[in-house]
Unconditional design. Structure first.
Length: 291
């Protein structure tokens, strides 16, 4: 009963927009209770520019509630997505983007909404990659982010957000592949070779072109060898040697640089055929000369 009473009392300060019933004011403190759509919208923009997205959201909501058919309503709805994102309210940003896409699919700025939805899904995924059992971490938001950016790239080739969306897609592909490799390594350490090989195979099937493919082939080779599947192990090794000869030659330096260490030398592309007479890494060359 006490909880119910508290719940009922908690809504008394909330208006129909879902925000506080406190008086509406602009950045200078001037009241906006009787303001028209244009003034409300411009005041919201000022809060956005002033890095106060929470107050901007209140005014954007007022524009939509009080002037739903004004030209400022659609603009306020769109900028609300950006305000939620700026306030790090990623779930709310995705929900607002979904509503906008459903209600205004032909809006001239719809590409911006897909871009914001992609960014929001990208950022709200971070917590799902931290801690817990490696096989149970959640990457669905990262995968959804890839889908959002892909929709933007495919459907709006002239969008100014296309290039950044493509860069995010490359990053997401590499992160998801690296995530799968992490799980494969986890199983490999526990001698669960069937599970390790399957995770590595998944990298080859879903994330071709990522930096994790050479390591996936190594895990497959080791897992197959441990399982007594000699032919499959040799096939994995042959593919690795043929497709990534520079990875084998420069493996240690490759992982040093991926870990953020200071480069010892410039790496060649991992998936290009090694040229005849190609020099070895500096450390190996010096050792051979001494011999």
């Amino acid at each position: 009963m006490l909880l119910a009473a508290a719940g009922c009392g908690g809504d008394k300060g909330i208006n129909e927009t879902g925000y506080s019933n406190e008086p509406l004011v602009d950045r200078e403190g001037n009241k906006l209770d009787s303001a028209d759509a244009e003034r409300l919208y411009k005041s919201a923009r000022e809060f956005m520019v002033g890095n106060d997205p929470q107050r901007a959201l209140r005014l954007y909501a007022e524009v939509q509630a009080r002037f739903p058919f004004s030209p400022y309503a659609a603009q306020s709805e769109m900028e609300s997505v950006a305000a939620h994102y700026k306030a790090q309210q990623y779930d709310a940003a995705v929900s607002a983007a979904d509503r906008f896409i459903k209600q205004r699919p032909r809006n001239s700025h719809i590409d911006y909404i897909y871009y914001l939805r992609g960014l929001s899904n990208y950022d709200r995924n971070e917590a799902g990659l931290l801690g817990g059992d490696p096989d149970k971490r959640d990457t669905r938001f990262l995968e959804q982010s890839f889908t959002d950016f892909n929709l933007l790239v495919e459907n709006y080739p002239q969008s100014v957000y296309r290039k950044d969306a493509q860069l995010h897609m490359i990053d997401i592909r590499n992160r998801l592949a690296d995530f799968e490799i992490g799980i494969a390594e986890y199983y490999l350490r526990r001698r669960a070779y069937v599970a390790a090989s399957r995770r590595a195979e998944n990298v080859l099937k879903r994330y071709q072109g990522s930096d994790s493919v050479p390591r996936a082939l190594e895990i497959m080779e080791e897992s197959y060898a441990k399982l007594g599947l000699t032919d499959l192990a040799e096939d994995a090794r042959a593919i690795l040697q043929a497709s990534y000869p520079n990875y084998i030659l420069h493996r240690d330096e490759f992982y040093r640089q991926r870990a953020g260490d200071e480069p010892r030398y410039e790496l060649p592309a991992m998936d290009t055929a090694a040229a005849s007479g190609e020099s070895l890494p500096p450390e190996e060359s010096s050792e051979e000369s001494e011999e």
